[in-house]
Design a binder for this molecule. Structure first.
Ligand code: MN3
Length: 242
């Protein structure tokens, strides 16, 4: 059984590029959370139990968010691709990185639902029970250097997440100059669509928090910091730099 690092050495850059940054469960190296690498896509299981992130993310929200919302993005993405066999070999990351290759008749559907599938597959993996509570490794150093401190980063990230009008996401991303930056996206748009690589992301659609936090998005964000999988974010950072 190869560990993850050896597996990447063996399979090489092509596999890494096509699998993308959410194709593997970075913690375990297992591929069972990929949801399929191309059409027809399937809903990847959560990489932990539904109640694992209690009390910060409640069990009922996880069930509805994963089993209903994420599933709908997968089903709608498959429906959009059903009559486009020329796209059947593309990973969801490839699809949303290259929306220009998607016929305009289904581009909006792929943007919304491919984005939704990619974003949620990423989101489940960037949370964990009993996370380190603060950035680790080289990413921790980069956050300190870029923002001054983790507290200053949190302040800016929270402000960005609160600034999203309506539905969307806030991200810590790596840009094409290998610099980290905070960004927000509307709806199910994502950093991949702009050629950037997400390292941490938080879903601020109301479906992500309304059952427990009602209209108080700020309280949800305080809770989100308790479950960020910073070691996985750091692995993604190192992989994106390599
Ligand atoms: Mn969502």
């Amino acid at each position: 059984m190869l560990n993850r690092r050896d597996w990447l050495k063996v399979t090489g850059v092509t596999a890494l590029a096509s699998i993308g940054s959410f194709g593997l469960d970075a913690a375990s190296g297992q591929a069972q959370t990929t949801g399929g690498s191309s059409y027809p896509f399937t809903l990847p299981p959560l990489p932990y139990e539904y109640d694992a992130l209690e009390p910060f993310v409640d069990t009922e929200t996880m069930h509805i968010h994963h089993d209903k919302h994420h599933a709908a993005y997968v089903n709608n993405l498959n429906a959009a691709l059903a009559n486009h066999p020329e796209l059947a070999q593309m990973s969801v990351e490839d699809l949303i990185r290259h929306l220009d290759k998607v016929p305009d008749t289904v581009r909006t559907a792929v943007r919304n639902n491919g984005g939704g599938h990619a974003n949620h597959s990423f989101f489940w993996q960037i949370m964990q029970k009993n996370g380190p509570g603060q950035p680790t490794g080289d990413l921790g150093s980069a956050i300190g250097k870029t923002f001054g401190s983790f507290a200053a980063f949190q302040d800016q990230f929270t402000k960005a997440a609160l600034s999203v009008f309506g539905s969307g996401w806030a991200w810590l991303s790596l840009d094409d100059k290998k610099q980290i930056a905070i960004e927000t996206t509307p709806n199910q748009e994502s950093p991949w669509m702009a050629g950037r690589t997400p390292l941490v992301g938080v879903d601020v659609w109301e479906h992500a928090y309304y059952l427990k936090y009602r209209n108080v998005r700020a309280d949800y964000l305080v809770a989100f910091y308790k479950v960020v999988a910073w070691d996985i974010a750091n692995q993604r950072y190192q992989r994106a730099l390599a």
